[in-house]
Design a protein. Structure first.
Length: 180
């Protein structure tokens, strides 16, 4: 997947200015694909050169902000990308490598980082649960788009719960080994 596909998806959902895209990205797509504002603007420029997107003209606006929208070539690119196969995501987590190194070197030096990760995962879970309560408080969704959004958010919640459970098992056990 590339940043371009993430941005095309966001722009199909709603034409946006670069800054609005970056803000929306920070609140939604950014939960599963990271990009700086600079990367977003660079990618928008490249997508515009490929004629995947264009800017909407607003004759009433005195602002230099550009509102981007997806063009036919962009829709075609996104549709072709959607049907491509991709392998399941691999766990590429630096913390796991640190733990493997600590298993060899000892010292429980990674323990503070595990405890910090536990706090961060609890914060992420709280954020996801807040979004879930706000967006899906009414229960069953009949709309396909909303159902997909709900299930993506549910997966995020489930992953955070999994991390929390794992860390809450790992941390006390490492502390117990340290006392032996």
């Amino acid at each position: 997947m590339s940043l371009a596909h993430v941005l095309l998806t966001s722009l199909i959902e709603k034409p946006s200015t670069g800054i609005d895209l970056a803000r929306r990205f920070d609140r939604s797509m950014g939960f599963f694909w990271n990009a700086t504002h600079q990367q977003i603007y660079r990618e928008l420029s490249g997508m515009q050169q490929k004629n995947w997107i264009s800017t909407l003209e607003d004759s009433n606006s005195t602002s230099r902000k550009k509102t981007y929208q997806v063009e036919k070539l962009g829709r075609t690119e996104l549709a072709e990308w959607m049907v491509k196969q991709s392998p399941p995501a691999q766990l590429r987590e630096e913390l796991m490598v640190r733990l493997r190194a600590e298993a060899q070197l000892g010292g429980n030096t990674v323990l503070p980082e595990l405890e910090r990760h536990l706090i961060l995962h609890k914060e992420n879970l709280k954020t996801y649960q807040t979004i879930f309560a706000k967006d899906f408080a009414k229960g069953q969704t009949q709309d396909r788009t909303q159902f997909i959004h709900k299930m993506i958010l549910q997966l995020g919640i489930d992953l955070e719960v999994g991390w929390i459970d794992w860390l809450e098992t790992m941390i006390p056990q490492l502390k117990a080994f340290d006392q032996q």
